[in-house]
Design a protein around this ligand. Structure first.
Ligand code: SF4
Length: 362
């Protein structure tokens, strides 16, 4: 049983973060933000995968201006990621950003930060104070050292210093992140920070890596933190199509029984009993269920000897055999189908089951 750490609540557009709000899933586009068409297309794909908040890089004024066109065509809150130039932060909010992510210490001084915060107040836009291992101020590195799992202090102090800078401008609509590329440093930094402030926390492992390495690192770090009730929104960072980030994020939430979205695939690893191309079948079923919304458990098993029994928890499943595959529901065999028709018949059964499960039909 997970008990969430109590925090204040803020809103990014119509999504609440912190307090009793569901833990929200974010991603970040990797298009040129100034290319409105490409950015909107990618956001739409991310929305379809379940992404609830989208962040875009704003490295120049063309990108800031493009936010208006992007915002008009998407239906999830839009956050602008800004470094160094307060003018870009102010422009981003004028062009429709519903949140900004900044490192307050790198905007060129107190005056520029105040202008940025004043614009955030005027537009009702929350700020993420985002620090990471690479952005820690020199004096903190000299006095506290580079953050390590045993001593993440410089990362935490950097975050607190930057939070105080924004608070000093009379602003508290904040969420905070302290990302490191190291899993245990990330875990210990967030743990310690959660004891010191009650702002919502945005979790993430920075520069986590590719699909496998990045998924493992992010899942370990964020899995520990979420299980301890720490974290109110998060992004899985992968060197991949960002749609994969969202898929991993929801699998992580599902594994921790925090949130469910769409079907869960249960599939066997195959063994010497497998007589069909199970990898191909599992891939096709997995691709299909990405489009489904009901939280069904769908099993794809290699044999009819152990398959249905092993997947007894599944709502519906398919198992290969010798020329004849079987379809089962809740562990009971309901149909025997020639291999060549197996996928088609199974998909029909799946669609029927989803139709029965749709809201209003339960
Ligand atoms: S379900 Fe059958 S094929 Fe798959 S691992 Fe188990 S015994 Fe092997």
């Amino acid at each position: 049983m997970i008990t969430r750490r109590p925090t204040r609540q803020i809103r990014v557009g119509d999504v609440a973060i912190g307090g009793d709000a569901p833990i929200s899933v974010q991603s970040m586009t990797n298009t040129q933000t100034s290319d409105v068409e490409a950015t909107v297309d990618q956001v739409h794909r991310l929305q379809a995968a379940g992404c609830e908040i989208i962040r875009v890089a704003v490295p120049d004024m063309d990108s800031a201006r493009a936010l208006r066109g992007v915002r008009e065509r998407i239906s999830i809150p839009l956050i602008a990621d800004i470094h160094f130039d307060w003018r870009l932060a102010v422009a981003a909010m004028e062009y429709g950003a519903q949140g900004i992510r900044i490192n307050p210490g790198n905007l060129g001084g107190a005056g520029n930060l105040r202008k940025t915060v004043d614009a955030a107040k005027q537009h009702g836009v929350p700020i993420r104070v985002g620090v990471n291992s690479g952005s820690i101020e020199k004096d903190l590195l000299e006095s506290l050292g580079y953050p390590t799992p045993d001593k993440p202090d410089s990362l935490i102090e950097s975050a607190l210093r930057n939070v105080r800078l924004v608070e000093g401008c009379g602003f508290q609509e904040l969420k905070i992140s302290v990302k490191s590329a190291d899993v245990l440093t990330t875990v210990n930094a967030y743990r310690a920070l959660s004891q010191r402030i009650d702002y919502p926390l945005h979790l993430g492992v920075t520069e986590a890596g590719g699909l496998i390495g990045g998924t493992v690192k992010s899942s370990v770090a964020l899995g520990i933190l979420l299980y301890e009730g720490i974290g109110d929104t998060f992004r899985i960072s992968l060197t991949r199509d960002p749609v994969e980030e969202v898929r991993v994020a929801f699998e992580l939430l599902r594994a921790l029984k925090i949130r469910e979205r769409g079907p869960e695939l249960i599939s066997c690893p195959t063994c010497g009993r497998t007589r069909i191309n199970l990898f191909g079948l599992a891939e096709q079923v997995e691709a299909y269920i990405q489009t489904m919304k009901s939280p069904l458990k769908v099993a794809v098993m290699g044999c009819s000897v152990n398959g249905p029994g092993e997947a007894r928890e599944a709502d519906i499943g398919v198992a290969g055999g010798h020329g004849v595959g079987i379809i089962f529901k809740k562990g009971e065999i309901v149909k025997r189908v020639p291999d060549e028709d197996l996928l088609e018949v199974f998909m029909d059964e799946l669609k029927k089951m989803e139709a029965e499960r749709r809201p209003g039909r339960d």
